[in-house]
Design a protein around this ligand. Structure first.
Ligand code: GMT
Length: 378
């Protein structure tokens, strides 16, 4: 098949999933054409059957706003025709689903359109009355619309009320990147380079540091944990909350134990170093970072927001707490970090469960089946 893919190419889970899915599809022999504003950041390495078509947006001074959406649609049409695409996969509803539908109409061919809803395209933008009709249009006029969790699917149905079925396809983990290879070696090396004592437990979080990630509650939970367990907190990423989070760390006097490592190109080693991963988001459709950390052996403590409780099986593969419940998060963390048998058992169950429910082979084949089912006669 010849597959067009549009995603936000900068840091973010939807771009990661779009890219990793495209790479896996290319390994299965399909030809991939990215149509995006720049090269997706996770597209590292050379692939003979992956092409990137960048969207150049006209900056004519009559425009108050540069016409990204229309330019994208035109580019999609051009790529569909030039490369005889069979299907296009649009990641994130706004504006991609709508641009894909428009691009298909502009082209001379008729391609199958798949839209994947990733999260804030519904949970945040869906609340905006000015975007709601566009989101509904995108969903209803795609051949197949998928959501990355049952929770996101249900929220879409409740908020947007589309006259169309939505299929849940979970995100998957790239097992060649996120695994437990050389675990002890990496742990030791990473701790040494960050100045963390070898016998200290490591709690980790990584995100784009937006308010919905609720990082302050993680810091507050850590404040409680470090009183009874020798531990360090590693926070990877950058974004608007970095200032307030730093202030809180200093206010609590734990700056020697909290490592703000910024945005990292290779978070794998950080995940491998960590014993626990915390994601206490206020809204989270899935939480891809959680899954990646889990496959590197880090046991998760997540909030009961959105799809997190579909990723973590409470009490079996990690723990779920209420969004702002720092005490419960700390209690579970201390329990895990002080009871080696409990920790090891949970870690083992977690690894098996991640592979069984979020393994890339299984999920990629679900997408491949959808692609095949929407191909049209041309
Ligand atoms: O919606 C966002 O925050 C951005 C989006 C992205 O592009 O990274 O993240 C969403 O999609 C990811 C991939 O499917 C999910 O793992 C994230 O949970 C989801 N983020 C939210 O729902 C906040």
């Amino acid at each position: 098949m010849k597959i067009g893919v549009t995603c936000y190419p900068s840091v973010g889970g939807s771009g990661i999933i779009a890219t990793e899915l495209a790479i896996e599809m290319s390994k299965l022999g399909h030809e991939i054409h990215f149509i995006a504003s720049s090269v997706p950041f996770r597209l590292i390495g050379n692939y003979s059957n992956i092409y990137v078509h960048t969207v150049e947006i006209n900056d004519y001074n009559v425009f108050k706003f540069r016409p990204y959406d229309i330019t994208l649609a035109s580019k999609i049409a051009e790529v569909i025709d030039l490369h005889d695409l069979d299907v296009i996969h649009m990641h994130y509803a706004i504006p991609h689903a709508v641009a894909g539908i428009l691009g298909n109409q502009m082209s001379k061919r008729n391609v199958g359109i798949i839209t994947t809803l990733h999260g804030t395209d519904i949970t945040v933008l869906g609340h905006d009355r000015s975007l709601e009709p566009a989101i509904r249009f995108g969903i209803e006029n795609s051949d197949v619309t998928t959501a990355v969790s049952n929770s996101l699917k249900q929220q879409t149905i409740d908020m947007i009320k589309p006259n169309k079925d939505i299929e849940t396809i979970y995100n998957f983990v790239d097992e060649t990147r996120f695994n437990r290879n050389n675990l002890e070696e990496v742990k030791s090396h990473m701790k040494q380079s960050l100045g963390i004592d070898q016998d200290s437990k490591v709690i980790m979080h990584s995100s784009n540091f937006r308010k919905i990630k609720n990082i302050k509650t993680i810091v507050e939970a850590f404040y409680i944990i470090q009183k009874s367990v020798k531990s360090d907190l590693v926070l990877a990423g950058d974004g608007p909350e970095i200032g307030p989070v730093r202030d809180l760390i200093y206010e609590l006097g734990i700056e020697d134990k909290v490592h703000l490592v910024g945005q990292q190109t290779d978070v794998t080693s950080f995940y491998k170093m960590s014993d626990l991963f915390m994601l206490l988001s206020i809204k989270e459709s899935f939480g891809l970072a959680l899954l990646e950390a889990m496959n590197c052996g880090s046991v998760p403590i997540g909030s009961n927001a959105g799809g997190i409780k579909e990723v973590i099986k409470h009490g079996e593969t990690g723990y779920i707490v209420d969004v702002y419940d720092k005490e419960a998060a700390a209690e579970h963390a201390v329990e895990l970090l002080t009871n080696e048998t409990l920790y090891k058992d949970m870690q083992e169950t977690m690894i098996k469960d991640v592979r069984a429910r979020f393994g890339e082979k299984e999920i990629v084949s679900q997408y491949e089946d959808i692609y095949k089912s929407v191909i049209k006669e041309n």
